[in-house]
Every structure is written in C-alpha cells, then in structure tokens.
Design a protein around this ligand. Structure first.
Ligand SMILES: Cc1cc2nc3c(=O)[nH]c(=O)nc-3n(C[C@H](O)[C@H](O)[C@H](O)COP(=O)(O)OP(=O)(O)OC[C@H]3O[C@@H](n4cnc5c(N)ncnc54)[C@H](O)[C@@H]3O)c2cc1C
Ligand code: SF4
Ligand code: SF4
Ligand code: SF4
Length: 436
C-alpha cells in the first residue's frame, strides 16, 4: 500500500490485537464498508485460539473454525493487516485519533515470498517455538505454524548464523539481509480504536510446590493443548516428556494462579474448568485405558451446554475429585499427588505419569502499558475496566476507544466473539458520526 510505504495511512478504525476477538471486531466493522487496520505484534494473526486443539463445548477443531476467518479477513477489501507491529501511542479524540505504530522487520520481501517453506526446510538452526508453548522447536527462518496469515515466513536474526542457505534456495530472492529491512514508524488516522490485546497465562513457576520445570512431566494446560493437537510438535501423540512413553495416568490440577488469596489473585479464570473437562475427555476418547483425574475446588460450567459437558466427562470415566493438592512429589519413575477428597474426607496419594496445571489468565503486560498511556482505568487484577460493566461493557471512559475479548476479563471464545461484535458496532457508529 503506497500510503503505508510513506508511513501514513488514513484508516477509519484501528483494531489492536489479532486474536479471535480482534479478527471478529475487524470483520464486523469492515462488513459495513468501513476501512479497518488490524495490528498484530506476532508474525501471524490468530492469537491463542490458533494454538488450541478442540474447543468446548462442541469439541470442534479450533483451527477448522478460525482458519477460514483468518483467510477471509486477509482477503477483505476493507481490511489492512499489519503483523510484527505494536502500537506505541494513541493521541487525539473520538473521530480524530492518531495511532503511532512500530512495524518490526520480517527480513522477507513480502511482495515476492510465496510461503513455499523451502528456506525453512534447509535452515540448520533450531530454537524454542513460542507458538508450541515450549514443547516444540522452529527454525531460525520459520512460520510459527502451518496456517499462518499472512502466508510468509519470518527470519529471526537473533538466532540466524548467516550460513546463507536460505538465500541460495529461495528462487524468488525474497530473503533479505539485516541491512535490507528496518524498523519503521507508521501513523494511522482513525475515528475509533478497538483494544483486543487478549491475555497471557499465569506463570506456573510462581507456584513452585507443583514442580513446573523441576519435573519434566508437569506441564501447563496450553502445553497440553499443543501436545494433543495433530498439528503440534508431537502430531497429537500424548506422551510423557521424561520418557516419551504414553502416560497411564494424567492428573489435572485446577485453579493454579486463580482464586488464590495467598498470591492476591482472587479471580476465577472462567475457562479452565471447561478446558480441563475438554482435555480429559480427549484423553479418554483416544486412550480409554488411561486413568484421568481432575482435582478441583468448584466446577464452573456456567454456559449453554456446559453442565451437560461436565456430565459427559464423568460418564466417560474421568474421576472428578473435590480437593486441591498442596504439592506434587517426585517418586522416581512417576509423580505422586497427595490430596484430600473434601467430600468423602478420604486422603489419597494419586500416582501420575503426567500432571497438567490449569493455569489462570492474566492481562497482557502491553494492555497495561496502553491503558496507562491512555489514562484508562484497570481493575485490581490489571484487566481493562469498561465504562459500565452492565450497560456498556465494550465502552471505556474515553469516547471512541472500545474493548473486546479477554483484555477486559477472562472469557471463552463465544463471549469474546459477542464482545467483539459490541465493540465493532460502537466503533462503526463513531465513523458514521465523524463523516456526518
Ligand atoms: C489452555 C486453554 C484452552 C482453552 N480452550 C478453550 C476452548 O476450548 N473453548 C473456548 O471457548 N475457549 C478456550 N480458551 C479460551 C480462549 O483461548 C480465549 O477465550 C480466546 O482465545 C481469547 O481471544 P482474545 O482475542 O481475547 O485474546 P488472544 O487470543 O490472547 O489474542 C490477543 C492478540 O493480541 C495480540 N497483542 C497483544 N498485545 C498486542 C499489542 N500491544 N499490539 C499488537 N498486538 C497485540 C496478541 O499477540 C494476540 O494475537 C482456552 C484457553 C486456554 C489457555
Ligand atoms: S522466502 Fe523464498 S523460499 Fe522462503 S518461503 Fe518465501 S518464497 Fe519460499
Ligand atoms: S542464513 Fe540464517 S535463517 Fe538462513 S538458513 Fe542460514 S541460519 Fe537459517
Ligand atoms: S474456571 Fe475453574 S479452574 Fe478456573 S479459576 Fe475458575 S474455578 Fe478455578
């Protein structure tokens, strides 16, 4: 786009964050023939939903739902997508905002790259893949996953050893040297802004009693999602990270970093009961012989069809025990979890080959930075606060700035999509008013 090349672009709405909430908000606005710029800091849009295997309560494949939306928005004539981009500041007022964006280099000529992946195959360097939540690797030139949008590779100069192989193999001469691409600043003029910067997960290391990173077979729920995903690093094979063997027993520990007054996190993360039920059922469907336990304090299955989902997990043989453990112990070739069943007063020592910590949701540190720079109020857990929780949950105290998805609070995908629709409607009205 020639205006973008000059560093200035007149758009009508800026949506910050390309997860499911940002994608939905951008799509709803663009379908009213209003120009949207969708800003995503990662190499691809998709956010956390792109990392998931199945989605509760229907167990539909997550990417089968999201991927067509990602493709559609990338072709939408009213949408410009800026990846590897971050908002630095927002100035102005409703109808007339200036959004300053830093665009980081991809070191790829996007006009030439076909996304064929030949450069990825030949690259000799392997590093940790953030997209696989720590249990997979990627190359120094890479696509985080197979269905990226936009369909380009990205070169990570921090880990590149400049062996030159990718330059040689690329028939399009699309790989750029460090000196051939640079950080750019882009100014966007917009009537309204939607913040959809999402969430991050509670750091399981802060609950050291559960042995995360001390014991190889203690993993987080997001790592489990990548493991059980057919498109993930183990191609969907459930296995112990210590031995590579299929686990004979899996224990899910709920409320890790949520509803925990000891660490001043007295919020419920809303989705972790449901995703533990989902993943326990997926294990039972693939490995009926595997013993699966969920250790919980309360089961929060509040949505349409959610209680039925809970009953289905029980009928498949998942053992759902009321009681949270104090620690995870090492027993040599397996782990032991001492726990009291608070309903029967029975003390149990559960043997586990794999322990999955259902870590809670936290606000994105970037959202906090944006909120502080815009003077937007945050709640006690640092999530964005709306103008009015009941009557205007998508609005903020600043006219023209709206919130969608989990930047407001922990939510599941259907609730993210609904909040995105509300934010999109309000932002679209601002555009219409600004031209009247
Ligand atoms: C293990 C696990 C399993 C789950 N399973 C389910 C399920 O089965 N069903 C269900 O309904 N829900 C599930 N969820 C919840 C689901 O992940 C969320 O509801 C949903 O993905 C949130 O979408 P979002 O767009 O609000 O946030 P995100 O997906 O976090 O997207 C935010 C995007 O904004 C980008 N971003 C952040 N800051 C900036 C910035 N400053 N500039 C530019 N871009 C930025 C991020 O890179 C990201 O792409 C699960 C969650 C977890 C952790
Ligand atoms: S840079 Fe070249 S080799 Fe790599 S994906 Fe693009 S076109 Fe293919
Ligand atoms: S030049 Fe860098 S990115 Fe390209 S193949 Fe070699 S190590 Fe990989
Ligand atoms: S959703 Fe369930 S596991 Fe998550 S914090 Fe709430 S009660 Fe705990």
């Amino acid at each position: 786009m020639s205006d973008l090349a000059r560093g200035i672009c007149v758009t009508e709405v800026v949506v910050i964050g390309g997860g499911v909430a940002g994608i939905q908000a951008a799509m709803d606005i663009a379908n009213h023939h209003i120009h949207v710029t969708l800003i995503e800091r990662e190499p691809s849009i998709g956010g956390h939903m792109a990392m998931l295997d199945k989605t509760f309560p229907t167990n539909d494949c997550s990417m089968c739902i999201l991927s067509p939306k990602m493709a559609e928005i990338s072709r939408h004539p009213y949408v410009t997508i800026l990846t590897l981009a971050e908002v630095e500041k927002i100035e102005g007022s409703v109808g007339n905002f200036t959004v300053t964006v830093t665009k980081y280099p991809r070191y790829i000529n996007e006009k030439e790259c076909t996304g064929c992946g030949d450069c990825v195959t030949i690259c000799p360097v392997e590093v940790y893949n953030k997209f696989d939540a720590g249990i997979g690797v990627r190359k120094a030139i890479y696509k985080p996953h197979a269905q990226v949008v936009p369909n380009f590779v990205v070169k990570d100069n921090l880990h590149c050893v400049e062996c030159g192989l990718c330059y040689q193999v690329c028939g399009k001469e699309a790989v750029l040297k460090v000196t051939e691409d640079k950080v750019r600043t882009i100014e966007l003029k917009a009537a309204a802004v939607v913040i959809a910067t999402g969430y991050t997960l509670f750091d399981a290391l802060k609950k050291s009693q559960f042995g995360y990173l001390r014991y190889a077979d203690v993993i987080t729920s997001l790592e489990f999602e990548r493991m059980i995903n057919a498109g993930g690093p183990s191609k969907g094979e459930l296995r112990r990270l210590s031995t590579g063997e299929s686990p004979k027993s899996v224990v899910f520990v709920q409320c890790v970093g949520s509803r925990d007054l000891a660490i001043k996190r007295n919020l419920c993360s809303c989705v972790c009961c449901m995703f533990a039920l989902k993943n326990s059922m997926l294990i039972k469907e693939h490995h009926p012989e595997c013993e699966v336990f969920i250790l919980y304090s309360d089961i929060r299955a509040y949505g349409k069809g959610y209680d039925e989902y809970y009953e289905r997990a029980k009928s498949l043989g998942v053992k759902i025990i009321k009681g949270l453990p104090g620690e995870v112990q090492d027993a040599g070739d397996h782990l032991v979890i001492p726990v009291e069943n608070t309903e029967t007063r029975e003390f149990l020592n559960l043997n586990a080959d794999l322990v999955v910590l259902s870590v809670g949701m936290e606000p994105e540190p970037d959202t906090v930075r944006l909120a502080e720079s815009l003077g937007l109020p945050l709640d006690e857990h640092q999530f964005l606060n709306p103008a009015d929780m009941k009557l205007d949950p998508a609005g903020t105290i600043t006219p023209g700035i709206y919130i969608a998805g989990t930047s407001l609070a922990p939510k599941d995908i259907p609730d993210c999509v609904m909040s995105a629709g509300a934010a999109a409607m309000k932002a679209s009205l601002d555009v219409i008013r600004s031209v009247q």
